[in-house]
Ligand binder design. Sequence first.
Ligand code: ATP
Ligand code: MG
Length: 376
Amino acid sequence: MKYIRERLGAKLFLANLAVILAGVAVLAITIQITIPTVFTRHMSGMDQSMMNGGMGVGQGQGYGRTLFENFSASMFEALLYAVSASVLVALLVSWFLSRRIVAPIRTLTEATQHIAEGHYDERVQSNGSDEIAQLAARFNQMTTQLEQVESMRLQLIGDVTHELRTPLTSIKGYMEGIVDGVIPSTPETFDQIHHEADRLSRLVDDLQELSRVEAKAYSLDFHAVAVSNLIQTTVKRLSPQAKNKDIKFQINLPVDLPLIQVDEDRIIQVLVNLAANAIQYTPDGGDVIITALRQEDEIIITVRDSGIGIPADHIKNLFTRFYRVDKSRSRNAGGGSGIGLTIARHLVEAHGGRIWVESKGDGQGSTFGFSLKIVR
Ligand SMILES: Nc1ncnc2c1ncn2[C@@H]1O[C@H](COP(=O)(O)OP(=O)(O)OP(=O)(O)O)[C@@H](O)[C@H]1O
Ligand SMILES: [Mg+2]
């Protein structure tokens, strides 16, 4: 029974069998019912003609025919009734069964039409477990994904518009102020405008990078690299920023770390993102420590800071694009747009690793870590 329920082919076979059996059954029953009446009617005339002393006299239907002719005629008539009835029943059974089998396909066709018109909330009911039910289940999966993609698209458009609007409004405000004479056209004003334009251009670069990593439109160039090289390059690149804020940069590395197979530039990009955040969100005079260690078949790299920390309820959203703990705070503290960690997460995951964050809360510092597989 389970075999039949799970296979459309078996159902079609059984449907055909049911049509044949219904036809044959009706044929047999109708013959059984009609033959006595038909036969009696045909024979009655013959009896009379026989009783009247031969052929040629008599009123019945069988008059003037031999026994064989009457028998054939009655068989033919009974068969005609039986075949008509069985064809009719077979047609009815066939119509009913094919409707049942085709109905889910028709529902699916209508649903695809709805999807094509942009109604992504369309779902079909999938009863049973045959191929059509499996198709319906896959169809529902597909529409759920389409719905998610569509809502992400709308969300992205909303987020990008919002992010672009802020610096643009600011630039427009300065320009209008200058034109109206409300804001003096001093080098400081132009510096502010330049700062906003710079923010805008950084944002556009970040968005381009984000769309590239989200669409996986980049290739990774794997090489065997020493972890110490990655960390030293990062520290070198960020030391001017650290120096500006009087932040102590420390590296904590065991000597016997194995080489890892990674795309050097991409992992440096991750490290720079994490370390730049650590510097950005740590008050002057704080500490940033980069540590690497081996844990089974992985290398774990962490970036710890003594900065402002992250409240527990924000931690799970931190790697979501445009997410910032405190929008006004991060803007004042250098104008982040909440893309850096999303890019870092994509790059680490593209290397088969994980990324995470730990923080004891406000003012308690944070530790960002990621893992990379050691390839032997
Ligand atoms: N080391 C850290 N300490 C405290 N908060 C942090 C730290 N790193 C990140 N955050 C929080 O996570 C948010 C997201 O970080 P992310 O790097 O993605 O964006 P951003 O720094 O705001 O902007 P950008 O896209 O320019 O990097 C930040 O806005 C900040 O609120
Ligand atoms: Mg950042």
